[in-house]
Write a protein that binds this ligand. Structure first.
Ligand code: WT7
Length: 634
């Protein structure tokens, strides 16, 4: 090695390694895969096609492994007594620590219970659970026996739960009698009962059994033979359940996310590629931290990959918190960090902004001296929040790692791995990731120009399909720019090649880091008989990033009223969940449309943002006078 090679700057060494990773893809991923425990070695590394009509993604074919073995059994020799999960209750009065051996034991007992109830490899199991250790236990037990888990965020309504359970063909649902969040009681079992009924009566799907964790002492409706108490199923003398040898491409889970059109999409992630990718990307995120706290709910991909699978696969301690990080007081998050000596925090910009606005109250009497790294995910982070996070919350001692990725990508894709860190930039693609920015015709754009973020080649953590609808998968992600994975995000690159993500280019909203489809919200509102037409757009919001803004026109003869706006909000709450309820309902007799009748959302987005002056190109607008009248009325 020459002297000049030895004195690489970090950026240079990143560039060299990055170049190697995308030109020697097989060699790079073979090495990454070697960090897992395989039951049978793989024969092929990458067999993938992004060609329109033939999209097919397979990694590590021929290999066999089990995800729960990688997350549990293989650590027993070295860290059997080490904490795998530290859990803290909603009210902060209770904490539980499960060592790796205790967690494995619980997972085996629950796996045995699932087998007793007739669940087998390939069956889908839905979870509608609070953030409690049992949720991790149930997920890992599914992975152990090869059942496909389908976690639905417990903030979704019973209708949304039912639609997802039916779509995924779920045989069983695991829930708690009640959940606790921010001091509120959530009657999860009641919602599950309603969802099962809706599944059966309206959607023609029977979810045959439920397992219910007794989280509180309240009574719940009970159907013998269908409902089973968690604690009654955990039989200490149950035989040990060995991990099932799964094919690399056997599905590990289905996770629903919102798109710009139609109903939620069940993205399918498979066994080997997902785990290799989770494990490989975690190194860049967590560095050498030991006690890792990802605040995401397990109902989202961040909770799957970085609250659960990656930290356990790497043998760390993962912190799990039942409640809301800013509740009951703003210093809750900081207190938990001190109490459990958290050395890495991974959270969302919306939370950072809300803590920042609380000021000193967010810090309370905490010191946060255990922290060594800070991460953010979910939406673009504004430089002020980034600086506050690093300088105030992190005492100026910890790097901030902004990570861009999606439910579809399985793990982090872009993050400041080159060592250079600019507030607001997700920065550089991880090794093996061929990110690029193209215009609407698919041509690469020069630096400093905004375009569409695409990925030019496959990576192991990529979702393989939309459950039951591969055509939609191809159409959504591979038809816009042929040969590329289309992310749906806008971005630009600066002169150093660093990526800056500017947000969605499609009709998907990001409210407090939660992804919402405008089409779903619109269809919930139009289901009301008084409503004629609806257009939902995002409105910039100082803390949430975006909030839901609905333009609503009414049927002839219908009158605007407070009770009607309440009814519309209730519809959204019932159809989707509280997270999708519009902040603003804007009654209007007029919606700007093209001559072909398409609503000009671009114009509505500007109107919602209060930008009435520069509405852009209006040449396609059908009714110019209508718009003038609308603007005057505002
Ligand atoms: C969308 C994906 C897996 C992350 C959690 C959300 C936005 C995510 C960033 C970031 C700017 C970001 C994108 C993306 N997003 N991370 N660091 N900077 N935007 O997963 O629900 O699938 O949402 O979240 O718009 O497409 P998701």
């Amino acid at each position: 090695m020459t002297t000049s090679q030895v004195s690489f700057t970090r950026q240079d060494s990143y560039s060299a390694q990055y170049y190697f990773s995308i030109t020697h893809t097989d060699a790079y991923w073979k090495e990454e895969a070697s960090h897992l425990t395989w039951m049978r070695p793989f024969e092929k590394i990458k067999e993938t096609s992004f060609s329109p009509g033939e999209v097919d993604i397979r990694w590590f074919n021929g290999g066999k492994l089990n995800v729960s073995e990688n997350c549990l059994d293989r650590h027993l020799k070295t860290r059997s007594d080490q904490a795998a999960i530290i859990w803290e209750s909603d009210d902060g009065k209770e904490t539980r620590t499960l060592s790796y051996s205790e967690l494995l034991n619980q997972v085996c007992l629950f796996a045995s219970a699932l087998l007793e109830l007739g669940i087998r490899k390939g069956d889908t199991v839905t979870l509608y659970m609070p953030m409690v250790p049992e949720t991790a236990i149930a997920i890992l037990a599914c992975a152990r026996i090869g059942a496909v888990h389908n976690v639905i965020f417990a903030g979704f309504s019973s209708d949304a739960l039912a639609e997802r359970m039916a779509d995924a063909g779920s045989k069983l649902v695991i829930t708690a009698n009640e959940g606790l969040r921010g001091g509120k009681i959530i009657p999860l079992k009641t919602y599950v009962d309603r969802a099962r009924q809706y599944c059966r009566e309206t959607l023609g799907h029977e979810v045959r059994q439920t397992i219910v964790l007794k989280r509180t002492d309240s009574k719940t409706a009970w159907e013998p033979g269908i409902d089973h108490w968690w604690h009654e199923l955990m039989i200490p003398t149950a035989p040990v359940v060995e991990p099932v040898a799964m094919d690399a491409e056997d599905p590990l889970f289905i996770l629903y996310t919102s798109g710009s059109t139609g109903k939620a999409k069940g993205l399918v992630h498979t066994t080997a590629g997902y785990l290799v990718y989770a494990h490989s990307t975690f190194r860049f995120l967590a560095g050498d931290s030991r006690i890792f706290w990802c605040t995401a709910d397990v109902g989202w991909i961040t909770g799957h990959t970085y609250m659960l699978y990656a930290p356990l696969c790497a043998g760390l301690t993962t912190v799990m918190y039942e409640g809301i990080p800013g509740s009951p007081s703003a210093d809750r998050l900081a207190t938990i960090i001190d109490r459990h000596n958290v050395d890495m925090l991974y959270t969302a910009p919306t939370l950072i902004r809300s803590l920042m606005s609380a000021g000193n109250a967010a810090l309370g009497n905490s010191h946060r001296t255990s922290l060594r790294r800070l991460g953010t995910v979910g939406e673009p982070i504004n430089p002020e929040a980034w600086r506050w996070y690093r300088d105030v919350f992190g005492n100026g001692r910890c790097p901030v790692i902004d990570t861009w990725w999606q439910t579809e990508t399985g793990g982090i894709m872009i993050a400041p791995v080159s060592g250079e860190n600019k507030p607001g930039a997700a920065a550089t693609p991880l090794f093996g990731i061929r990110a690029d920015i193209v215009d609407d015709e698919g041509h690469p754009v020069p630096p400093m120009t905004r375009g569409n973020l695409v990925i030019r080649d496959s990576w192991p953590g990529q979702a393989r399909t939309i459950y039951g609808d591969h055509a939609r998968f191809e159409e959504t992600y591979f038809s816009t720019v042929p040969g590329c994975y289309f992310t749906g995000d806008g971005a630009w690159q600066d002169e150093d090649g660093h990526f800056w993500i500017s947000g969605r280019v499609d009709d998907v909203l990001n409210v407090s880091g939660h992804r919402l489809g405008t089409a779903e919200i619109e269809s919930a509102i139009t289901s009301h008989p008084a409503v004629c037409e609806v257009a939902v757009v995002g409105q910039p919001h100082p803390v949430k990033g975006e909030s839901v803004y609905a333009f609503v026109t009414l049927m002839n003869g219908q009158k605007v009223s407070d009770s009607l706006s309440t009814e519309l909000r209730v519809r959204v709450r019932e159809k989707i969940g509280a997270l999708a309820v519009p902040e603003v309902i804007h009654w209007t007799p007029y919606l700007p449309k093209t001559r072909s009748g398409k609503i000009l959302r671009r114009v509505l987005r500007k109107l919602a943002a209060g930008e009435t002056r520069d509405l852009g190109d209006l040449s396609s607008l059908a009714d110019q006078e209508g718009l003038s009248a609308f603007l005057q009325q505002k």
